[in-house]
Write a protein that binds this ligand. Structure first.
Ligand SMILES: [Mg+2]
Length: 179
């Protein structure tokens, strides 16, 4: 297998959407997905924020109504914020296990009470959300960051992300259709 294919198996998202609200609960259920492991910063909220935008809140409510469970997994250093957001949303969260470690995703599966084949990871970063999901055999959905403001280290990794996504794209290793 070529290097680009091997890297794509670890780092290419299986689906790319603009915003979490583009992920339809019915579509998930039709694909056998009954749980989501969801990133916080720049996926559900702006970086370092606790404010869930209205449309994102409606999407979370629709997931709950449709029977799709959510578990938060964030690499934030502000554990209290994660705890507050999770409790406000009434969902579990993974504590003290950073992405992309497999233990983080295994813990999330435990909390959801689901197996890898019925769960998807949703996040805005290749080297944490997508890499972690793919290593753990969990379906991956990449979203565009909600806002351009982010940690300086993240801005650096965005350069590599963009380069990799372009490279995967040139080799037709990115998903074509976005449902
Ligand atoms: Mg993020």
């Amino acid at each position: 297998m070529r290097l680009v294919e091997r890297l794509a198996e670890l780092l290419a998202p299986e689906r790319i959407v603009g915003r979490v609200t583009d992920i339809s609960p019915d579509g998930l259920l039709a694909d056998g997905i009954r749980g989501l492991i969801v990133d916080l910063d720049n996926t559900l909220t702006e970086w370092q924020s606790e404010v869930i935008p209205d449309d994102v809140q409606r999407w979370l409510d629709a997931l709950k109504g449709g029977g799709v469970s959510v578990c938060l997994a964030s690499n934030t250093h502000n554990r209290r914020r994660l705890e507050r957001v999770a409790s406000k949303l009434g969902v579990p969260y993974v504590q003290g296990l950073p992405k992309p470690r497999k233990r983080c995703f295994n813990r999330a599966l435990e909390l959801l009470g689901l197996t890898a084949d019925s769960v998807a990871v949703v996040g805005d970063q290749l080297f944490t959300d997508i890499l972690g999901g793919r290593r753990s055999g969990i379906h991956t959905i990449m979203v565009q960051p909600i806002h351009h403001r982010e940690f300086i280290g993240t801005k650096v990794s965005r350069l590599f992300e963009r380069w990799l996504l372009n490279w995967f794209g040139k080799h037709n290793l990115l998903p074509e259709e976005n449902r």
